[in-house]
Design a protein around this ligand. Sequence first.
Ligand code: FES
Length: 198
Amino acid sequence: MTVREGWHPIAASDDLPAGHIYAAQLCDVPLAVWRGQDGTVNVWEDRCPHRGVRFTIGSIHGDELRCQYHAWRFRSGSGACSAIPAHPTRKPSSAIRATLFPGVERDGLVWTKLAGDQDAPPQLDYAGAVLRAIAVNCTAQAIEIAIARAPLPGVRLFVQPVSFARAVIRGLAEDVSRLAEHDAALERLRRGLERAAA
Ligand code: FES
């Protein structure tokens, strides 16, 4: 299985309040992540199908995302274009839609994958608190090796490969009262990894 075929956390549930478009990136693919009115998590390529403007500079109106440039609107769930203001009487072609990736919310984290079968992200059943995301200037593989060599007790960690030389560590802690301690440990891990990568 390639990295693109694997599930990765790309945001925390708290990053998606109503009306907000969260900018994420996975394996060099920029993503616009937002929540529909019924709670649906939309994970779209951050690129309007009209002229390629980033969706993340657009705005949310009810259950639709409006592109900032020509104000075309796209529906939560399907990503289908619902309105083209320059042609108000014309129904948009069903072929005009955002590029969608699956979005699954689990245990306070939002997961997606860029390719592969319609399977599901790992079932964690982990009652805990979401750790602060830590961005690290090194490869995802280097982080995975470091975590496997010296696991942090009381946490489950996951790696979001952002680009070849950058990744984000996300995770869950068993004990909410130890969040500051885990945060400090992850900062030490980040500094060690970036020193090694320099
Ligand atoms: S670029 Fe998005 S509507 Fe034109």
